[in-house]
Design a protein around this ligand. Sequence first.
Ligand code: FRU
Length: 906
Amino acid sequence: MRFILIVCWLLPLLWSCSANTDEKYIIGFSQCTGDDEWRKAMLDGMQRELSFYPNSHLIFKDAKASSQTQISQIRELLQSDIDLLIVSPNEAEPVTPVVEEAYKKGIPVVVVDRRTASSYFTAYVGGDNYEVGKTAGQYIAGLLKGKGKIIEITGLPKSSPASDRHRGLKDALVPYPGIRHVATLNGQWEKDIAKAELSKIITAHPDLDLVFAQNEVMALGAHEICEKMLPARKVKIIGVDGLPGKFGDIQMVYDKVITATALYPTGGEEAVRVAMNILKKQPYEKENLLQTAMIDSSNVRMIKMQTDKIMDQQSDIERQQDRIDEQLEIYKTQRNLLYVMTGLFIISIILGSVALYSLVENKKINRELNSKNEEILIQRNRIQDIAEKAQEATESKFRFFTNISHEFRTPLTLIMGPVEELLQRKNEHPLVRKNLSLVQKNAQRLLWLVNQLMDFRKIESGKIRLQVAENDIVGFISGLMVPFEYVAKKRRIDFRLITKISALKVWFDVDMIDKVLFNLLSNAFKFTSDFGRIYIYIEHTGNEVLIRVEDNGSGMSEADVAGAFEMFYQGNDAIKGTGLGLPLSREFVELHQGTIEAGGTKGEGAVFTFRLPLGKAHLRLEDMADASRKPASEVQYFTTNDHNDNQAPPENAESGAPAVVLIEDNEDLLSFLQSLLQPKYHVITAADGKNGLERCLDSVPDLVICDVMLPEMDGLKIASALKSDLRTSHIPVILLTAKNSTEQQIEGMQTGADMYITKPFSPQFLLESVRSLLTNRAILRTSHVGQNMAENSNAMSRLDKKFLNDLRAAILARLADPSLSVEHLGKEMGLSRVQLFRKTKALLDFSVNDLIINMRLEKACSLLAESELSIAEIADQTGFSSQSYFSTVFKTKYAVSPKDWKVSIR
Ligand code: FRU
């Protein structure tokens, strides 16, 4: 990894090292005119010099001999971010301001050839024009031997070379008065203008000896005019520039077209050299004047040879330059290729390293994965073993359950047979008949449960088989409803079959569908309250029959709906089933290739819908029933002897017997317990928790027997509600339940219940328990009759002790008040008159009034013994309305008058 990082860091470094280190410069070049050979030579010279600085380049602008154009071109250059400006001004004055502007902006300015009118520039490069004019003048003087007539043709008078050269010429001719300078014409540096100007005046000077033209082109023009107009005079022509090449004025001197020419170097190379020095901050001269010399017939041959040679060399150099450029191009391409190759190489090294690293990592991960896989495999095998063992264990449990269920059938039959026989006898006592019916009904129910368990086992082992036959489903269902109708009538449940069809032939296993419907209906009856509604719908839709059982009972929560058909699922409701009925029903329906679903809302009712396909195309041959098969209907388990209306009412206890509230939701058990207790006690019943608690509060019984699992409110809640309420805290509570674990019993006792009896229980034990709890209460009561009634018992609850103390305190506070009544005390204690009466009677075994009288007499005794008050005063202080009433009551209680009693104890 570190290697990759180093390479990544080195790559740009390498790149930057190999790149050209030359600074990049942009040089703007404003040329006054670009058409003539001299200017072309100047530009060539510049380009040649610039080729030594490959990163820098020139932006060239040609003003075409217009000062205005030049000004705007310079402005354009200034806007294109140039590093330096080279300018050859067309005319000095007009161009000067813009050049000054550039200079003042901080852009270095190199003025070439022609000058500006100010010194605001960085450097000047060009020939010394005054010297040019002077050298030419001195040469003319020599040539004409101090005597003759000359005409001068100048360039643009406002350009510095024109004026400088003119001055030089004039100064040089001063010592030669024989030479007459007859005219100075403005040729504007142009051949044609020069020709036109000369032709205008030449005829006025037929004795003309010489024309001095300030540049090469104007010299050629002068030659042409003189040849044309003064051919015989052989007028001498002197030019300026000294340009090499076929059309240059050196060739013209050589060809004797003109007499001589003054060398005026372009200074292109020098200008770039100075410019680069400025840019690179190297030393440079501000004034760089180039030398001049005369070229005439005496030296032209040599000079021409030299310039030709130079030009050859120049073209060689240019060719070489081109080659170098080509090579450079090749080099550049190859260098770029090398960079790309190096880059690719480095990338491949990086990728290679990454791949290698990944390979190593992958191997590591694979090794780890393999070992994890092995572990998982071992664990999976272990889990499989455990699962198999669990399966075996479950299997053997099921086997055990099935076997034991099977075993149950014989004793159950042996119970049901004799019971049925006993029930046949007409002369049995009604109570015996009632109990026998109860035994029969519950034995049948047990048999039904056992059969369910066995069906389940058959399904589990795949042994259950369809035995279908074609039957009318409407008639079948109507038949099944009959036994339920009796219960519906008794409980005022609106129970009906709703269908538009009178008969429908369906292929089904009567035994199984009987079980399904029995299940659905018994559930509906179980969860629907009295006065509720249970409807069965039969609909013929397409190629199936739909049967729906709908009730408006307690309904099912979403979780109950979802889990309804799961094996052993038991809802959250207080009333739970075996969790087998609905899964079995589903199995039976699905064996018919049908479907079953649950629905409804909690608190609003439940809906069960099952569909059976019509026809028999979906059935196999072996699914067809033997003609001999006769189904055993589930209904038998429902045929209770509830019809037994002629049963005698249970014996009633004599009036004044203790009152017992019985709270039990199982109707049979409630009825059984009622008949068990009724002979000795006044029994008040309730079938759910809420109702039960209400019964306790309004009747304030002597004892409560309460089931733990109850609808609406469970027994534990009832017990703690009773024990924490002043009105009922004294009542002994017996909890009755099937929950028999120690923890559950502790939980029961923690609510304050006095006894916890688990089902199944012995009726004798229950009766004994009731009796002993009530007797204990009575013993407790007798011990309370004395003074410290509240303090001397540990068996009494704190709440009851407090109640008695409060009651006593309330009586004492108003003992002297003869109008003190039970109503008054009840209000003060927060109880009704009846509740106060019952509670006091239960705790003390005498009425509140008796208690008031007792307390008045106790107080009277202490006053008789300890005070000197008269009998009348004592009667008054202890709340007796008169002395005679006091004496009567006292005598009744103690068999002696107050007066005698006082005498006897003193
Ligand atoms: C070219 C030229 C030259 C002359 C110079 C003066 O445009 O006319 O022939 O020497 O300009 O600036």
